[in-house]
Design a protein around this ligand. Structure first.
Ligand SMILES: [Zn+2]
Length: 360
């Protein structure tokens, strides 16, 4: 059996937040807003105006707690019950939105997601990545419900720091690079074919509009190019995951997992590290210099790092070895069509770095 949970409604574009009042009032009368500290500061005036105009009471603005952990989910669920809220508005980045979606499931309330950075497709997916309270990865918590509404406002997202958009671009490019590496020449049908087609669309949109979307964010201006890229990061990446009927992460995410063992690289940003991992994956596949140079040029245009030194300038040989060891033994590496060793992965990194310098 296959089943898939889609968000009921997705609004995307400049000023999309102006739909919030009408959407919230159709779902409930008392809204609890939870999110990241910066996100609440940035968006609460807009949210308040929308809710007031639509006659929805706001029960509270509550910080999600900084970690998407079971402790925080249960604490916030209690807040929802105490305030007798009947709709949840989750605002912020991936962890805040993931927390909000889990709180919605815990309390059986509909959730509206309002991303304030474009670093992941968490706003759309029926999935919460849970961590322990100390920040260590715990599990992928699959939710039997997707958000009731997703509001992707490009005016808000144009004003977020560029590194978050770059992270979203790196993670979204991985959808295509990794799925292509896993699928090879396999005959994919049905859901798998939809997932593949959406991942290819992720690549095409970013190849075409990635550089211009970064410029839009540098200028803090919503533009049509930024909208095209936001569709890739949220919708086509979301559909790649939603419609996937098998593994869809490989060497790029495995290298990311390797980076998480080292203090100097762990906090660099998931999508940015995956973005560098994409290039190493292409090298691992034995792709030509011309193809790699094209991917490196795209990464540079999207503000994605193209060398280890750009990620952490002072990595010791021991730290590099620890990263490589963890990467080749990460579960996602097992999805590559051949065995990846520490030595070949190190050679791949060097090849990417050499080509990136030669392309300057
Ligand atoms: Zn990712």
């Amino acid at each position: 059996m296959q089943q898939v949970y889609f968000p009921a409604r997705v609004v995307r574009g400049a000023g999309a937040i102006n739909q919030l009042g009408a959407i919230a009032s159709a779902l409930g009368k008392r809204a609890l807003v939870l999110g990241g500290k910066h996100a609440l500061e940035a968006a609460s005036a807009l949210i308040d105006a929308q809710l007031a105009a639509a006659g929805v009471s706001k029960c509270a603005d509550i910080w999600y707690g900084g970690e998407c952990s079971e402790t925080q989910i249960l604490r916030l669920a209690q807040d929802v019950r105490t305030h007798a809220a009947d709709v949840i508005i989750a605002v912020g980045g991936g962890k805040a939105l993931d927390t909000g979606k889990a709180v919605g499931l815990e309390t059986a309330r509909p959730v509206i997601t309002l991303p304030t950075i474009a670093a992941t497709c968490a706003a759309v997916t029926p999935l919460t990545i849970r961590y322990d309270d100390d920040g260590h990865f715990r599990d992928l918590y699959h939710l039997p419900v997707a958000p009731a509404a997703v509001i992707i406002d490009s005016d808000i997202l144009a004003k977020a720091p560029l590194r978050w958009l770059a992270a979203g671009l790196g993670d979204t490019l991985a959808k295509w690079y990794e799925l292509r590496a896993i699928s090879g020449n396999k005959d994919v049908t049905g859901f798998g074919a939809s997932s593949m087609a959406n991942s290819q669309l992720c690549y095409q949109q970013i190849a075409r509009f990635g550089a211009a979307s970064c410029e839009a964010v540098r200028q803090q201006q919503a533009t049509p190019a930024l909208d095209q890229v936001l569709d890739a990061i949220f919708l086509f990446a979301g559909l790649t995951s939603l419609m996937s009927n098998g593994a869809h992460a490989a060497a790029a995410h495995a290298l990311y997992e390797g980076f998480t063992v080292c203090d100097k690289t762990r906090a660099y940003g998931h999508g940015l590290l995956v973005g560098f991992g994409n290039l190493c994956l292409l090298a691992q596949e034995g792709r030509s210099d011309a193809e790699l140079l094209e991917a490196i040029a795209l990464a540079k245009a999207c503000a994605i790092p193209t060398s280890l030194a750009a990620i952490a300038p002072t990595l010791t040989p021991e730290e590099q070895a620890a990263i490589l060891n963890a990467a080749v033994t990460a579960p996602d590496m097992g999805n590559m069509p051949h065995i990846v060793t520490r030595e070949t992965l190190r050679d791949d990194i060097h090849r990417v770095e050499r080509l990136a310098i030669s392309a300057c």
